[in-house]
Write a protein that binds this ligand. Structure first.
Ligand code: NDP
Length: 277
């Protein structure tokens, strides 16, 4: 599988799996654990979760699914901005680790800026790194102005990545903040890479996929992976879909195919405030 370089040099897979909406209903528990496990077995070893998802329930699903395979995984979780004070970030991280049943996160993200004091949040992440509770830290839903503010606080430029809404049908970040990020060597993690499933219903994408002998999900994910600095984290609670999503990593779109997708899903002409979900 293709790798992407985090700001700071660590190489991680360009494709992983998300977990939003997991851990919310007891009746879905077994299927969700099976889905995350099927993803790991298919090779989706980068797993994105957050203290927010299912009120910690998604982290519990991941913990159960990974069982004794922790060392093969790259685990990402996120802290609420209201927990991102220097002391709060430690308490939140420890609670996430407890739910995940592990002793460290590979990457810990500030979920969105909100009212967080960036200098405090960075100092909190640095504490956790020193103690070995996290290896890398980053942010999510930051536009270029937010990133510039982050770069201005002590240690802020050690940020590894920025997780953003990005898929064929939502290319606003190509105006802001992707150019800023490319200039500073900061890769993007693309969330909602399937447009939460709705993108896959687009007739143009369906026809493109059929012509190319792939599924709409594979087309959407392969497009994201055609960028050298983008990591995609599709979520499925259907165990049988994980292999399909994983196989997108083997799809290489040629110049003509990329041009066709660009024509079907053009970049918006003008920027607008950062879209979030
Ligand atoms: P996605 O774009 O990943 O889409 C998920 C939807 O697509 C689900 O309804 C799923 O249904 C469906 N789906 C998945 N695979 C297929 C397939 N092969 N064929 C058809 N349908 C499919 O949306 P998410 O919102 O889940 O985003 C991905 C991840 O990004 C999240 O899970 C979360 O980890 C992260 N995220 C981060 C945010 C942030 O603020 N940082 C915000 C939002 C998401 P089913 O489950 O039934 O298969």
């Amino acid at each position: 599988m293709k790798q992407v370089t985090l700001h700071g040099g660590k190489r991680i897979p360009a494709l992983g799996q998300g977990t939003w909406r997991m851990g919310e209903r007891a009746s879905d528990h077994n299927r969700e654990v099976a889905a995350v496990r099927a993803g790991i077995e298919a090779g989706l070893t980068l797993i994105d979760t957050a203290e927010m998802y299912g009120n910690g329930g998604a982290e519990r699903i991941v913990g159960e699914a990974m069982a004794n395979r922790r060392d093969e995984l790259f685990l990402v979780s996120k802290v609420f901005p209201h927990n991102a004070s220097r002391a709060g970030v430690r308490a939140a991280c420890q609670a996430s680790l407890e739910r995940l049943g592990t002793d460290r996160l590979d990457l810990y993200l500030l979920h969105w800026r909100g009212g967080a004091d960036l200098a405090e949040a960075v100092a909190g992440f640095e504490d956790l790194q020193r103690e070995g509770l996290i290896h890398h830290w980053g942010v999510s839903n930051f536009d270029a102005a937010d990133l510039a503010d982050l770069w201005a606080v002590p240690g802020g430029d050690a940020c590894s990545t920025n997780q953003l809404l990005y898929h064929l049908g939502e290319r606003t970040i190509e105006h802001d903040p992707l150019p800023w990020m490319r200039h500073h060597g900061l890769p993007a993690m693309a969330y909602c890479p399937l447009g939460q499933g709705r993108l896959l219903e687009q007739p143009g994408l369906r026809a493109f996929a059929e012509r190319n002998g792939i599924t709409p999900a594979q087309a959407a994910l392969a497009w994201l992976q055609s960028h050298d600095d983008v990591i995609a984290i599709p979520k499925t609670s259907a165990p049988e879909r994980q292999a399909e999503n994983r196989a997108s990593a083997e799809v290489t779109l040629g110049r003509e195919q990329l041009a066709k997708l660009d024509q079907l899903f053009p970049r918006p002409k003008a920027g607008r405030p950062l879209p979030i979900v």
